[in-house]
Ligand binder design. Structure first.
Ligand code: GUN
Ligand code: ZN
Length: 438
């Protein structure tokens, strides 16, 4: 048994219409978190935890913060090396940078090498769960799940499916997309902490036959995730309209094939009609809000207020490599700037919710991750906000959590992440630049 001493912040319950984020958050100054093996046992004041668990091994991080491991709800691991590629908007960015980079993942050794670098970036930034697109290659997806399994990390991932409008050597077909995805589901879904997401890249790169095949698979495997992109860019939306003239809108393309449902995670949703907002809410689906990506590709400003009004689940995400940082802290920092441009600032407590419990609730994983409740898995981070002269000046020693989190999100990044714990094991320690992975 181990006892961690630090300030603690988390949301033990889902936010509902009858409570505010400020009411829901639990903050314990000089708190104690007790873990036993892979599980969280208890949280409370340090003195009460010490009294109840006198034999627990002490880790003293007084003045730091313990938070649940952060959840990144949409990103692309093959794009790790093409992050920060200059000058394009979505469609030409895909042609010029993304597809050429993803071609390399036909080589399994390359995939294994990048999977490791990618997971190390997550750990370094305090991200303990990612919703990850692999490339079209089955081996690329296997490489990621294998690497994540080594450290018992809860990853949700899927092989990208695309059978048109992309280079020939990146194409599968309806039959192989269905068959290869089924093989991956059988091998990885609910194996250890892995989960599978059926992953059509986006409507323009899938034929109707392929979407139908993936819809069949989704119907067969009711608890798998679905992930794709939706209404990110105006040229993309016009293209979808010309490719699917019978659909009533972009979302309808997916809906026709039963891909709009609980545990479906749609990246972006920047330019949605009121019918689409309503349908996403009814369907219990999730939008991944990717502010650094939306700014980088000039895609537009996500409308969180309308999402709230339609009861649409929203989870924050980096969307690396169109996103410009692996840091979920910086991601909220840019979400805040987007919301300022919309004259509706997102307060830091809500920002924190959207990368922890809010994401876990949206994905129906809150009995395992996203909070520090007893019996959940011990995925948590130790954050040291006052890590340099500027942060010491800006963040007062007894500052409240919302101010600490806001300053970290605007000024900070991985420098604030002291340790990342997954399944009760320290997988990253900043001081020793130590990663648990070989
Ligand atoms: N739409 C289709 N593919 C992609 C991708 O890789 N990144 C982003 N941001 N949008 C996409
Ligand atoms: Zn994406």
């Amino acid at each position: 048994m181990q006892l961690f001493r630090a300030n603690i912040a988390h949301f033990p319950t889902p936010n509902t219409a009858s409570s505010t984020f400020a009411e829901d958050i639990v903050v314990i100054h000089d708190g104690g978190l007790v873990i036993d093996g892979k599980k969280i046992i208890a949280t409370g004041s340090f003195s009460s935890m010490r009294e109840q668990y006198p034999n627990a091994v002490l880790h003293d991080h007084k003045d730091s913060w313990i938070l649940p491991g952060l959840i990144d709800s949409h990103l692309h691991y093959p794009q790790t090396e093409s992050i920060a590629s200059y000058g394009e908007q979505l469609l030409s960015w895909l042609e010029n940078y993304t597809f050429p980079t993803e071609k390399q993942f036909a080589n399994v050794e390359h995939a294994q090498k990048i999977a490791k670098v990618f997971l190390q970036q997550l750990l370094k930034n305090g991200t303990t769960t990612g919703f990850v697109f692999s490339s079209v290659h089955q081996g690329c997806c296997n490489a990621l799940f294998s690497a994540a399994s080594e450290i018992d990390m809860a990853i949700v991932a899927g092989k990208v499916c695309m059978d048109r409008n992309c280079p020939a050597d990146l194409q599968d077909c309806p039959e192989t997309a269905q068959k290869d995805s089924a093989v991956l589901i059988e091998k990885w879904h609910n194996t250890g902490r892995n989960r599978y997401a059926i992953t059509p890249r986006f409507a323009p790169t899938s034929s109707e036959a392929q979407l139908a095949a993936l819809g069949e698979l989704a119907t067969q495997y009711k608890d798998v995730f679905v992930q794709t992109h939706l209404s990110e860019n105006v040229d993309e939306i016009a293209w979808v309209k010309s490719l699917f003239p019978k659909a009533s809108g972009y979302l309808d393309v997916y809906d026709k094939y039963n891909l709009v449902r609980p545990r479906a995670v749609f990246g972006h949703g920047i330019h949605l009609s009121s019918e689409e907002w309503q349908r996403l809410g009814e369907a219990d689906a999730t939008l991944a809000f990717c502010p650094t990506s939306n700014l980088f590709l000039g895609s537009g400003l996500f409308d969180l207020q309308t999402a709230r009004a339609n009861n649409v689940h929203v989870a924050l995400a980096t969307d690396v490599g169109a996103g410009t940082s692996f840091s979920m802290l910086k991601t909220y920092g840019d979400a805040y700037k987007v919301s300022q441009l919309r004259h509706a600032p997102i307060d830091p407590i809500e920002g924190f919710y959207l990368m922890t419990q809010g994401a876990a609730v949206a994905h129906k994983l809150d009995d395992e991750i996203g909070n520090l409740n007893p019996d959940t898995v011990a995925d948590f981070i130790i954050v040291t906000p006052r890590y340099d002269e500027l942060m010491e000046l800006r963040i007062k020693p007894n500052a409240e959590f919302d101010d600490v989190f806001f300053a970290l999100s605007i000024l900070g990044d991985d420098r604030a992440i002291a340790e990342t714990w997954i399944s009760g094991q320290c997988c990253y320690n900043k001081k020793e630049t130590h990663y648990a992975m070989a």
